[in-house]
Design a protein around this ligand. Sequence first.
Ligand code: A3D
Length: 320
Amino acid sequence: MARPKIALIGAGQIGGTLAHLAAMKELGDVVLFDIAEGTPQGKALDIAQSGPSEGFDATMKGANDYADIAGADVCIVTAGVPRKPGMSRDDLLGINLKVMKSVGEGIKQHAPNAFVICITNPLDAMVWALREFSGLPHEKVVGMAGVLDSARFRHFLSLEFGVSMRDVTAFVLGGHGDTMVPLTRYSTVGGIPLPDLVKMGWTTQEKLDAIVQRTRDGGAEIVGLLKTGSAFYAPATSAIEMAEAYLKDQKRVLPCAAYVKGPFGLDGLYVGVPTVIGAGGIEKVIDIKLDKEEQAMFDKSVEAVNGLVTACKGIDSTLA
Ligand code: A3D
């Protein structure tokens, strides 16, 4: 059987890391696409030359023409601009919306059967716009944010408890922004929910609240340290986890920005929810019950995402 084809649209910090990870995990042959001439070609050649030492079988190709993504099984989109210190994700809306238009049209023409994972910010609005511009089925277009936000939460919790990150599970829902909703009730250490760990004296509510806030600010903390761009190692790893779930039909339970119509009382909106990812793309949205406080936080997050979608419609009349 031929190897799957993975198209990476955007060959910047995340795009290059995605290519390297896809190669090391032998997920398939990689095409790195970018508008910058030379960048995708240079990165593809560099990564290919790590193959003899690493021992992977995958081809790497750099491209500036959408024809080269033809027939891709997976497209991961990072094209656009990242944040600089002092910027919010929402400040990127105008520039990145135009980028989503060209990317969506490229995918529609050359890779209409792909599973598409969007990473470009502001995430929830950009994945919505990318779906509109590409016209692909909703279950085949998804945004990466929840896996990363949950990984940040899991990392901070493992430091607090002094236990392996593997034994910490966590759920972060809602939009990928300041209103994201880390759900402590559904987050556990070895199956023990966080509120029980507070009662058991493993940590205090104050410390848990501080970890929740650090998770919300997780992206900004890294932007502040790097000064020239945003996080890229963990975002790339998170998207690869989703791509692998699709390519290997793993039926992974992962929080993603998925199209939600029905569950959570929503009437057709991209927002972070728990999903099952397998060969059908987003095979299920898991409609968990929220308590009053969680619901209020989720509603606030949904309102923020709706505001960004409305702003997109105001900028590009074809979306209205
Ligand atoms: P960067 O290293 O600047 O790479 C972006 C690449 O996109 C550059 O190589 C550009 O040349 C290319 N590009 C720009 N316009 C186009 C176009 N029209 N077609 C094709 N390529 C184009 O950024 P990055 O890789 O660090 O980040 C990429 C995006 O991911 C940004 O929007 C970030 O804000 C976003 N991001 C999201 C998360 C989430 O968790 C959702 C985390 C980190 C970064």
